[in-house]
Design a protein around this ligand. Structure first.
Ligand SMILES: [Zn+2]
Length: 290
């Protein structure tokens, strides 16, 4: 079998890391976070192929091995709590062992990408018609537009936002309707937080909240304060950014690296239709309005 030779000349790992940090310095990340270069190979290889993923699960690790990448950029850090051993007994340890054994580097940006101007929260915000936008918590000393969460002024009917959001994230959305809202309600302000928005969004005054996940009691607090909540499922509120970032990264590396977006990375939660026998595609595109 003939193997197609890579036409990408590649870049040094240090150059790729420098470009990633030019986009979002790791100093932007929250203090509790674990970001940056998490695994540096013992034998350095030229980085010709990079795999972007939201989560480095075992299926994504297999994909990285099959595609022979030299660097995985996993938005969520696969190493978060300190590892006390690297054995085959836990999936996270197996993922780390596979990277080490195959000289694959691992980089995680997490909250640095959340806060970055043009990062994950700005990507999620594009689901809404933006009249004006600002971070919920601006980052001191950073360029304007940098910080945690986003607050948007808009003018859309709730049903329009819902339709646009589903299209933007490519998935179903869970709706918790505010006590006085209906699908025709005019939405003029939106609070956004990719991932788990409960603590950042707490107490903000907006017609609508868009986030990945929230607890039952947090949702009730909002709906009773006349704020509708749209929940995308945690990683569905983040993952789409990778497709947008891929050409940007390629350009910053002067086209010397092939950038792949994982095909196996997905949210672990799937919405299933009530009657499994009725719908052949029960595990495909379900649309929940509750
Ligand atoms: Zn997250």
């Amino acid at each position: 079998m003939l193997r197609r030779m890579s036409t990408f000349s590649g870049q040094k790992l240090a150059t790729v890391v420098k470009e990633l940090e030019n986009f979002a310095p790791i100093t932007l990340a929250e203090k509790w976070d674990n970001v940056g270069l998490l695994i540096e190979p013992h034998r350095e290889k030229q980085v010709k192929k990079i795999l972007l993923t939201n989560d480095l699960t075992e299926p994504v690790m297999s994909e990285a091995l099959t595609k022979e990448v030299q660097l995985i950029i996993s938005y969520h850090p696969p190493i978060f709590k300190p590892l006390t051993r690297v054995t085959q007994s836990h999936w996270k340890e197996r993922v780390v062992a596979a990277c080490l054994a195959n000289d694959i580097a691992l980089y995680s940006p997490h909250t640095a990408w959340d806060k970055a101007c043009g990062g994950v929260n700005d990507w999620l915000s594009q689901a809404v018609d933006i009249l004006s936008i600002r971070p919920l918590e601006p980052e001191l000393g950073a360029p304007p537009g940098t910080g945690s969460g986003r607050y948007i002024d808009t003018k859309m009917e709730l049903s329009q936002v819902l339709e646009s959001l589903q299209k933007h994230i490519g998935n179903s959305v869970h709706v918790a309707l505010a006590v006085d809202h209906n699908p025709k309600t005019l939405i003029q302000s939106v609070g956004i937080c990719a991932g788990s928005g409960g603590s950042l969004l707490k107490g903000i005054k907006a017609d609508l909240i868009i986030t990945g996940e929230m607890s039952h009691h947090e949702v009730l607090e909002f709906t009773h304060n006349n704020t509708t909540v749209l929940l995308c499922n945690h990683s569905n509120s983040e993952r789409g950014f990778l497709k947008q970032f891929s050409p940007k990264l390629s350009e910053s590396l002067k086209g010397a690296c092939e950038i792949l977006v994982s095909e196996t990375d997905k949210d672990p939660l799937v919405t299933v239709a009530k009657d499994l026998n009725k719908e052949q595609s029960a595990f495909a595109d379900c649309y929940i309005v509750g």
